[in-house]
Design a binder for this molecule. Structure first.
Ligand code: NDP
Length: 286
């Protein structure tokens, strides 16, 4: 089975559209998301355009603040301070990566935790770690869980999940979410010994590595659910640019029980979950 992330994201946006309308009716609050983009990175500009369009499509207010590449860290912090105190702004997202002269960790720490719809602020990661309610959870990991449940149903209890990758934005939070779902969780990384053998034990295999076609068919337990987070740009045989995941899709698909494609898997879920976080932020603090 191929897990259709585009469809799952469209379904989630449909639900969110209804919830946004209900929030407006009940409380007069229209969720507002502001995206801050520093510099002219073409890939970031595409992401931001998509985010703005989808935010408006579900009935939320979307604003973009575009700042030049040479914006100083102090100027960016001042911008964030203003957004933090603006009641019409429920969600703030600073598009990463930032130019090298700006320290990302300082910027993330400066976003008010209740407006941190990316879920990267230490307050939100801490709440997720402690299993406390009220955390804004990173979007891509949320998307991974929703897609795994498309195939496995709501109850993931007792399943062995192997996550390859331990970044703060994907690997660690997705492992914590799987733990909350009562999975037995193994986190693998570049120093892991016998990676193939560990992956072979996975009922749920999540690849967040950033290496094209890295996960081989022989690593995958027959019937496993495979969630491919990777986004890798490669050239195909005729020299044309092509997007592939971290999993060798063509050879893994016949072995596993279900798999997310790249593109059209986790990617679309990330923006849909960003909108979900914005709605949560607006419902809690609107
Ligand atoms: P990072 O580079 O931050 O992390 C990669 C992880 O993979 C690290 O923990 C690293 O281990 C591990 N790794 C690298 N090489 C190996 C190896 N040979 N064996 C085992 N583990 C290895 O990447 P991100 O987590 O930010 O992103 C991962 C992928 O997901 C990328 O392709 C990215 O583009 C994509 N992505 C997709 C999103 C989406 O919306 N679909 C959103 C975010 C990311 P170590 O820690 O030891 O170095």
């Amino acid at each position: 089975m191929i897990i259709d992330g585009k469809q799952a994201a469209a379904d989630l946006r449909k639900t969110l559209t209804l919830q946004v309308a209900q929030l407006k009716k009940d409380k007069g609050t229209v969720p507002g998301l502001t995206v801050v983009l520093v510099g002219e990175d073409p890939a970031s500009e595409v992401y931001v355009r998509n985010k703005i369009k989808q935010t408006r499509d579900v009935g939320m207010i979307s604003n973009e603040i575009k700042l030049p590449h040479d914006t100083s860290q102090i100027q960016l912090l001042a911008e964030l301070q203003q957004l933090n105190s603006d009641d019409a702004v429920h969600g703030i997202l600073v598009q990463l990566p930032l130019p090298n002269h700006i320290d990302e960790s300082v910027i993330i720490a400066a976003i008010a935790p209740h407006k941190d719809v990316d879920g990267f602020h230490a307050m939100n990661s801490g709440r997720l770690l402690n299993g406390e309610p009220g955390a804004l959870v990173p979007c891509t990991p949320q998307g991974c869980i929703i897609l795994a449940k498309q195939h496995l149903g709501e109850d993931l209890s007792g399943l062995h999940a192997v996550v390859i990758g331990r970044s703060n934005i994907v690997g660690k939070p997705v492992a914590l979410l799987l733990l909350q779902e009562n999975c037995t969780v193994t986190i693998a990384h570049s120093r892991t010994k016998n990676l193939a053998g560990i992956c072979q034990q996975a009922d749920i295999l999540i690849a967040a590595v950033g290496r094209a076609n890295f996960v081989q068919a022989s690593w995958v337990k027959p019937g496993a659910t495979v969630i491919d987070v990777g986004i890798n740009h490669i050239e195909n045989e005729s020299g044309k640019a092509k997007l592939v995941g971290d999993v060798d899709f063509a050879n893994v698909a016949p072995v596993c029980g279900a798999i997310t494609p790249v593109p059209g898997g986790v990617g679309p879920m990330t923006i849909a979950c960003l909108l979900k976080n914005t709605l949560i932020a607006a419902s809690t603090n609107g």
